[in-house]
Design a protein around this ligand. Structure first.
Ligand code: TXA
Ligand code: MG
Length: 330
């Protein structure tokens, strides 16, 4: 454990981006907003800074990080793009899409960031604060979600503070994020493959590609010793409370994560009810998902009952995160 740091909090403006860049250049750890979730940034070329980042999050060293850059030109310096990768980057960057690509020879990103893999995950975020920091810093920034490893990802600066105060140098507060779930990860392999559903709906990617994305074999997805996107451990995004999926009724004292206009039998006896989207809009639900899981957890209820959510659009990512929140805790 590192000794407790004083974690500064700054609200996002031009001088905050400069402060953030200086702190990164000094090997510091800076949390900042992206459009998906808050990230915890470190200089991607500085192995010592990355080691501190893994330690601050309690993250296993085999789980590689996403390198964030300010645009396609910077991405070309660290990875090799084939035609599909260029198509996807041009269609969706900046935005909630991470591409896994072959590492370029001489790539300046530290091996520790890619956990020794031959591939590198890259993303160009669509958030003015993230972009201002990346431009001011001028080098790739690794940024996992700014939560303790295994916890729910942060969608506000207050979430970051509650997980990481005393463990990181600086938090830039840019208000609540717009998307609410992490980026979609596509592996640009022989056939492009959906490694993690996320803030960009599969349907949009498939429309641009003109064909379906490959899916990892189910064994690969569930093999926690050798996961394809190594961070996709089955039990992840876990609140303290047990999460019960596909709830059709509510037991007394349970907290309810509702979706849509329907009311469930027993709902009146719930410890607390939060509705992800009264109008059953998966994009609205995504923006609220992690914050509501935190709030329902804070009631102290033993179980969070989650209503079913359709798989279309961002519903795929929401169901993925809920499944992981529910895994391994019966
Ligand atoms: O929206 C996001 O992607 C956020 C914001 C902050 O940008 N970041 C984020 O990072 O979600 P993190 O570290 O929580 O998740 C990164 C995922 C992990 O599952 C990791 O295993 C996977 O990306 N990953 C990184 N490099 C990879 C690689 N070379 N091959 C396959 N998966 C990789
Ligand atoms: Mg994460």
């Amino acid at each position: 454990m590192q000794t407790a740091l004083t974690t500064r909090m700054l609200s996002a403006d031009a001088s905050a981006a400069r402060e953030a860049a200086l702190c990164l250049a000094d090997g510091g750890l800076v949390a900042f907003p992206t459009e998906t979730v808050y990230g915890l940034g470190a200089d991607a070329t500085n192995a010592a800074a990355i080691a501190r980042l893994y330690e601050a999050k309690g993250r296993p060293l085999f789980n590689p990080l996403i390198s964030h850059v300010d645009g396609l030109a910077s991405a070309h310096r660290i990875a090799r793009f084939d035609a599909t990768a260029i198509t996807l980057a041009q269609a969706f960057w900046p935005g909630p899409l991470t591409l896994v690509l072959p590492r370029r020879e001489g790539c300046e990103v530290a091996d520790l960031a890619t956990a020794g893999l031959e591939t590198i995950a890259i993303r160009v975020p669509a958030h003015p604060v993230a972009n201002a920091i990346l431009t001011a810093f001028g080098k790739p920034v690794v940024a996992p979600s700014a939560n303790l490893s295994g916890h729910v990802s942060p969608t506000t600066a207050a979430h970051v503070e509650s997980d990481l105060a005393g463990r990181i140098d600086l938090i830039i507060d840019g208000g609540p994020v717009a998307v609410g779930v992490e980026s979609t990860i596509v592996g640009c392999f022989e056939r492009p493959m959906l490694l993690r559903p996320g803030g960009l709906a599969r349907e949009e990617i498939e429309r641009v590609l003109g064909r379906p994305l490959a899916r990892p074999a189910p064994e690969a997805e569930n093999d926690d010793s050798q996961p394809l996107a190594p961070g996709m451990l089955t039990s992840h995004y876990a609140p303290r409370a047990r999460v019960r999926l596909n709830a059709q009724t509510v037991a007394p004292g349970e907290a309810l994560l509702a979706f849509g206009p329907a009311r469930l039998p027993g709902q009146d006896q719930a410890a607390r009810v939060l509705n992800l989207s009264e109008r059953a809009d998966p994009a609205e639900a995504a923006t609220r998902l992690f914050g509501y899981l935190r709030s329902l957890d804070a009631t102290g209820a033993r179980t969070i009952a989650a209503m079913p959510i359709p798989m279309d659009g961002l519903g795929e990512a929401i169901n993925d995160r809920l499944r992981r929140a529910a895994a391994g805790r019966d």
